[in-house]
Design a protein around this ligand. Sequence first.
Ligand SMILES: [Fe+2]
Length: 336
Amino acid sequence: MNSLSVNANATVDGQQAYGDSRFPYVFACDDANATLEDTARWVAENREELLRLMRVHGAVALRGFPTSTVEAFDRVVSELQLENFPYKKSLSNAVRVNRTERVFSANEAPPEVRIFFHHEMAQTPLYPKYIFFYCEIPAQSGGATPLCRSDLLFQKLAERCPEFAKTCEEKGLCYTNVMPDSDDAKSGMGRSWQSTLGVQTREEAESRLGELRYSYEWMDNGCLKATTPPLPAVMEVAPGQKTFFNQLIAAYCGWSDDRNDPSKAIRHGDGTPLDSEAVNVAIELSEELCYDHQWVQGDVVLLDNTVAMHARRPFSGTRKILASLAEMRTHALTVS
Ligand SMILES: [Fe+2]
């Protein structure tokens, strides 16, 4: 086995610099003879450093490694030695298809559907600490994965809209979502209530919703309208470093399909509506801070989901971006 030749100072188009932090941090493998075994060993040996870099920089990109298959991506993720967070256990509203036990399609929504900035599953009481992406097939055009440093966004939001930032922090957010009674692959949020909740019957659904402290209403057409309990909107990831850990932007801009109206999707934890001007400032800031990851086949992007937000640009052609989640965490709003 060779030791792997890896450039730790590699760059990608559009890479950002904040002080001495780079976004994303990039490792490039420039060894044409490298094997998957070499890569697996390199990941295992550098596991702690990779986790630290995700935490500090938000995102770490691996380019040029011999990771040309889904199984290779699964192997890289496995070498990080983190607890798998399987899709079937998640309360995610996206329709996804498993490819290996820990790897699934990122979102089966059609190419023209834009997915706005969010922290993965921050709109549910269960979320993954990490999300990893892999490019099996890049789109013909478009299809970048925008990334945004959420700590910088919250810092700027608190400067420009201090009242709103404070209200988000104190009151948290409630999300309302209408789930179909069978998967709707046309929608970015089309996962059925049975699949979302991991149940077969209405009785089981009601018991699961009770455990999660959701309020709910059955619709005439078999759909289920569910509202979360108040969830935190801001997370202190390190002393003094706060991130805008929520799905406010995605819900406000994008939770729209045959069943859902974005203006009704999100409220503060006490039921009061959001200040739309401040929400627009948050959206504007996310665009200003955005880095678009332009995929190359075999790319792996590792995110600390509590630090970086992600999104999806529309695209044309066949695009296969896969994802894997790790370390399930729970959150709940504690009102002082
Ligand atoms: Fe996502």
